[in-house]
Design a protein. Structure first.
Length: 161
């Protein structure tokens, strides 16, 4: 896939003009936050995981980490990230540019509650130097997410003490 494919996909939702491209890398939460001039927590990272024989994309806030017990309770399996050599084949995007838009058939997408504390978040747009500015509801709709889940830790105020 490419950033052009993401823009074309987002046209269906009237969001194609929100895609931003950078002259610098945005391949990690920290680099994306620097490129955008925002706090890392607002980066909607796309975590690529195995789920059965397929792939699950978990969208979570940049400061959140998977809570293994919550993940197992929700998905009835241990969280297992895709290996670097599996990412492109299973998601359609390179490491650092994985996004929840225009994915191959059968890729499942869910959004974590850690994102809902923000009015605007920034997922990648298909390359390691891009992002798209969306509200949480726009992200949920455009990603065709199945549901909101609560499988991450480290982002709640009571967890940061």
């Amino acid at each position: 896939m490419s950033i052009e494919a993401v823009k074309e996909y987002l046209k269906e939702y009237g969001l194609e003009d929100r895609v931003q491209e950078f002259a610098v890398s945005s391949a990690t939460v920290e680099l994306a936050a620097q490129a955008l001039g925002t706090e890392p927590a607002r980066i909607a990272k796309t975590i690529s995981l195995h789920l059965g024989e397929g792939c699950l994309l978990l969208l979570a806030a940049g400061d959140a980490k998977i809570d293994n017990s919550r993940f197992k309770a929700e998905f009835h399996t241990k969280a297992s990230m895709l290996r670097g050599d599996e990412v492109l084949a299973m998601t359609g995007y390179p490491v650092g540019g994985v996004c929840p838009f225009a994915n191959p058939e059968g890729v499942r997408v869910v959004c974590d509650e850690s994102l809902r504390r923000f009015d605007v978040v920034y997922p990648a747009a298909g390359t390691p130097s891009s992002a798209v500015r969306l509200t949480c509801e726009e992200l949920f709709r455009a990603s065709r997410a199945e549901k909101w889940v609560d499988v991450c830790k480290g982002w709640r105020p009571e967890e940061q003490q």
